[in-house]
Design a protein around this ligand. Structure first.
Ligand SMILES: Cc1cc2nc3c(=O)[nH]c(=O)nc-3n(C[C@H](O)[C@H](O)[C@H](O)COP(=O)(O)OP(=O)(O)OC[C@H]3O[C@@H](n4cnc5c(N)ncnc54)[C@H](O)[C@@H]3O)c2cc1C
Length: 277
């Protein structure tokens, strides 16, 4: 029989994780339940749905901290996230439909670490740092180094994701988000991306560009970030971005898209981040 535990506090959750690293960690279940019929029944389940120690969203110390248990509805509706971290609020709005957003969590998107996980490029562009914990203590990891391969991450078997910490962008930082799928809603991304671009007097000082669905994991488009530095915002930066991206990514062919289509769309998405509206 499968054991089922709803921990009372973080210490109990971490002790369970240490003792039973093979048990299923369940949050909203919107990824896990889809795959459940194809997987071996787990020996146990640690249920973190509405688990207070990893819930909530707080603003302070120049950053926004989003508990791993926060749902996409909570992220999308939070006034400070909408105002300061718009790419994440916009990504939240496009994750499945309302039912999925009400149940799916930040920790679940990060935990599944799909190359088409919609929040992940936004976490990259917004310079997220993840907080994870185990009985060995808490640690912080830059999200840019978190994904290690196709659906694999730095998470150790005894760890839990606790929160995402996101610095508030400065007043001279423009942010953007774009998802391209087969239709406007309920669609798995063909390409999606997010940007945080620091601009001074119309010139790009620095940029962080996160992209999804163009590699085996969400990636930072570092070649683009280098190419646009010092370029004038508008056509000049957009064309530099387009050329750098073309030379630096090799998307795959799969059932959703051809590699050629993905490359062209990714170029358009990235170039558009630098257009002046
Ligand atoms: C119909 C449908 C449409 C969808 N559409 C989209 C979409 O458009 N875009 C998109 O990105 N996703 C989509 N998804 C996928 C899913 O909803 C999201 O990835 C969601 O964020 C998963 O969150 P969850 O809480 O349900 O995760 P769960 O299914 O509970 O868990 C997912 C994984 O994360 C791990 N995990 C969860 N929390 C933690 C934690 N705190 N610490 C460590 N590990 C943890 C779990 O162990 C598991 O491996 C869709 C799913 C469905 C069913």
């Amino acid at each position: 029989m499968t054991a089922y535990v709803r921990p009372r506090d973080l210490a109990e959750a971490l002790a369970l994780r240490a003792e039973h690293p093979d048990w299923m960690v369940l949050a909203g279940g919107t990824d896990l339940m889809v795959n459940a019929i194809h997987q071996k029944v787990p020996a146990g389940i640690v249920d973190l749905w509405r688990f207070a120690p990893i819930g909530g969203i707080t603003v302070g110390d120049g950053r926004i901290t989003i508990g791993a248990g926060a749902t996409w509805t909570e992220v999308e509706r939070h006034p400070a996230i909408r105002e300061k971290l718009a790419p994440l609020a916009l990504a939240a709005r496009e994750i499945g439909a309302l039912q999925i957003q009400a149940r799916g969590t930040v920790g679940g998107n990060v935990g599944t670490s799909s190359p088409v996980g919609d929040s992940l490029p936004a976490l990259l562009a917004l310079d997220c740092e993840l907080e994870v914990a185990s009985v060995r203590g808490h640690r912080r990891a830059p999200y840019s180094a978190w994904c290690t391969g196709y659906r694999t991450t730095q998470l150790a078997p005894d760890e839990l994701v606790i929160a995402a910490h996101l610095p508030l962008p400065g007043a001279n930082v423009r942010t953007a988000w774009r998802k391209v799928g087969t239709r406007r809603a309920q669609s798995i991304s063909k390409v999606m991306g997010a940007a945080a671009i620091e601009v001074d007097a119309g010139v790009v000082v620095s940029a962080r560009i996160g992209l999804g669905a163009v590699a085996n994991r969400p990636i930072r488009a570092t070649a683009v970030e280098e190419a646009v530095r010092g370029q004038r915002l508008g056509a000049q930066a957009a064309e530099a971005a387009r050329a750098a991206l073309r030379a630096s990514i090799a998307p795959i062919d799969d059932v959703r898209s051809t590699a050629a289509y993905r490359l062209e769309v990714a170029e358009n998405v990235v170039a558009r981040f630098f257009h002046v509206s």
